[in-house]
Design a binder for this molecule. Sequence first.
Ligand code: NAD
Ligand code: IPM
Ligand code: MN
Length: 373
Amino acid sequence: MGNYTITVLPGDGIGREVTDQAVRVLQAIASRYGHSFTFHHALVGGAAIEAEGDAISDATMEQCQRSDAILFGAVGVPTKPGTNQQIKPERSLFRLRKGLEFFANLRPVRPFKALLNASSIKPEVLQGTDLIVVRELTGGLYYGHMEPGIPGKPSEIRETDKGYEAIDTLLYTEGEIERIVRTAFDIARGRQKKVTSVDKANVLSSSVLWRRVVDRVAADYPDIATEHLLVDACAMHLIRRPSNFDVIVTENLFGDILTDEASMLASSMGMLPSASLGTRKTEHGIFGLYEPIHGSAPDIAGQDKANPIAAILSAAMLLRHSLSLPREAEAVEAAVEACINEGYRTEDIQEEGKKKVGTQEMGQRIAAAVSQA
Ligand code: NAD
Ligand code: IPM
Ligand code: MN
């Protein structure tokens, strides 16, 4: 029995649809296990720009700070041709991540057995895949040389006598690298004891520093095997030998790109959850933000087609990390797997002979499986 406060930020497009289902499953957990969850809903992204004039308001940031955890959907709205989008919906993410110091983004990839044939990768290649990408989330090209106190990267397109030019800067301090690398090594200790560090040390100075820090930290973890891979080669190895990976640690942009690729191992973008964590602890666990890795998917928004599983598995990560409720987290994961095993599929997962369901029905079925457990 416990009382917990969760800020819910559904955002835009399918963010709203999948978050509704994640909340539904959390409500089923609350009834089944006798907890009390207080949900505070607030606007982010395009919805907040329209109603409140910014991608996330100060009041919403404060509400997040007062919660045990944040459940986030997705942000992003299609820009109408010719419009100059002054404030971008994505700014809400940058402000949350940087402002709340969520520097570690955990993206586990564990394809369900029943989906091995649904992936575009051969089942024998996928067999045994169980990896986690530890993505640095508050540095690198996303922020560059930031002015103190200003969330998000300043816009840097300028006119010169040779036409327009644009600049992005890739800055990492040794301290920023060390804390994410230590996070990865600590996670590896509870898993298969292997860390793959991914960089572009043949080109980038920030990667040369990254590799140096990894080697120094690795000396403190003699029980963990360490390997370095260049990011282009890693992109190839991920689909050639995914089961050889355990923990992958990498910088912000590489982690973003590699995890969309890795989602195909699990058969769909709609299957991969994430947790964004820092060092702050609440009364109940680690303060964190939980979101599917996918976006607002304007192409399928409003049609009850989105796969809510990534959002629901993100809620499971919330239960585990921020509320310290591992039994409840496992109950959600088991309910998801049960529905997959029974053959229910949203449209993103194309398999002959399976039962096609919409976003809401998938959420209802998973919530029902939680209640019956
Ligand atoms: P996207 O992830 O929204 O969609 C990519 C493709 O995957 C689309 O074809 C979409 O239909 C499909 N897809 C994604 N999630 C799905 C789901 N749950 N079920 C079924 N199919 C799913 O990426 P995009 O189209 O490149 O970006 C759209 C917007 O989302 C952009 O504005 C982008 O900035 C934003 N975005 C936001 C986040 C976030 O909020 N964390 C993450 C990624 C992209
Ligand atoms: C993600 C998204 C975001 C990112 C965008 C929307 C800013 O792609 O969470 O993976 O690049 O971090
Ligand atoms: Mn992404």
